[in-house]
Design a protein around this ligand. Structure first.
Ligand SMILES: CC(=O)[C@@H](O)[C@H](O)COP(=O)(O)O
Length: 257
């Protein structure tokens, strides 16, 4: 079982809820993925309005745990305010903290992220920080009170998959005891299998499912890939070699004279 703060989680896929063709398709994808956690963006303009209310009600009816996020926040002040509003709306101390620092790449502002994480943990939030694969930033986030880290594997929505697998491998090795969730940039189930093979604890993704031709089937495919990657990691995969090694033993081979 994966433990995220004080909550035990069976499914290692966390799903985003944005950009689905329809609420019904989103609901279907959530069910088929068997996810237990969905992340929801608090859009302040609609939170109290009719459309926002109906959407949040639909999410609540899915019976999954909600991880509110601060997607779209570009400053510490905005992220902290959004987190506080999300706590009121969703009645949870969990917050997926995004402080975006760059318009084109949606790269996290890691300085603002650490500052916001420190403020929020001080106010009792359990923070899931969306960060880069930088080890020093990760150390600072842990010092700020985060007990889960969410390194990106590629820019949000890019579907590129792990662009720096070596950095992800180092990150995992450096934090053996911290629950690590790869967040953002996943495009295909094989990408999730590969990061789970590295020993990551879970994956959070949105665009690759919401934007697929058949989101519900894709959600299920991701769930299988995550299970396969996890199982492979536990089975200890071979390290690649740069030499050929005969897979058939040569001892006792036939000798022709
Ligand atoms: C919904 C959400 O939280 C995203 O911001 C998240 O980072 C997932 O990224 P992808 O859409 O690239 O999967």
């Amino acid at each position: 079982m994966l433990k995220l703060y004080d909550v035990e989680v069976g499914c290692r896929l966390l799903l985003g809820t944005a950009r689905y063709p329809s609420p019904a398709i989103l609901a279907d994808a959530v069910r088929r993925s068997k996810t237990e956690i969905v992340t929801v963006s608090l859009r302040r303009e609609s939170a109290g309005g009719k459309a926002g209310g109906a959407f949040f009600e639909m999410i609540r009816d899915l019976g999954v745990r909600i991880l509110p996020n601060t997607a779209g926040c570009h400053s510490v002040k905005e992220a902290v305010l959004t987190a506080k509003m999300a706590r009121e709306v969703f009645r949870t101390d969990w917050i997926k903290l995004e402080v975006i620092g760059h318009h084109d790449t949606l790269q996290p502002d890691v300085f603002g992220l650490v500052e916001a994480a420190r403020i929020l943990t001080g106010e009792g939030f359990q923070v899931f920080p969306y960060t880069t694969d930088d080890l020093v930033v990760a150390e600072r986030l842990l010092e700020a009170g985060c007990r889960v880290l969410m390194p990106w594997c590629a820019p949000i929505g890019s579907a590129m998959g792990p662009i720096n697998p070596m950095a992800l491998r180092t990150f995992r090795t450096h934090f053996p005891e911290i629950p690590l969730i790869v967040d953002a940039g996943i495009g295909r189930p094989s990408h999730t299998a590969s990061v789970m093979e590295l020993g990551y604890d879970a994956v959070l993704l949105n665009t690759a499912v919401a934007g697929a031709g058949d989101p519900a089937s894709m959600a299920e495919a991701f769930a299988h890939a995550i299970e396969a990657g996890r199982m492979a990691h536990r089975a200890v995969p071979l390290e690649p070699r740069d030499m050929a090694v005969p897979s058939t033993p040569v001892i006792g081979k036939a000798v022709f004279s």
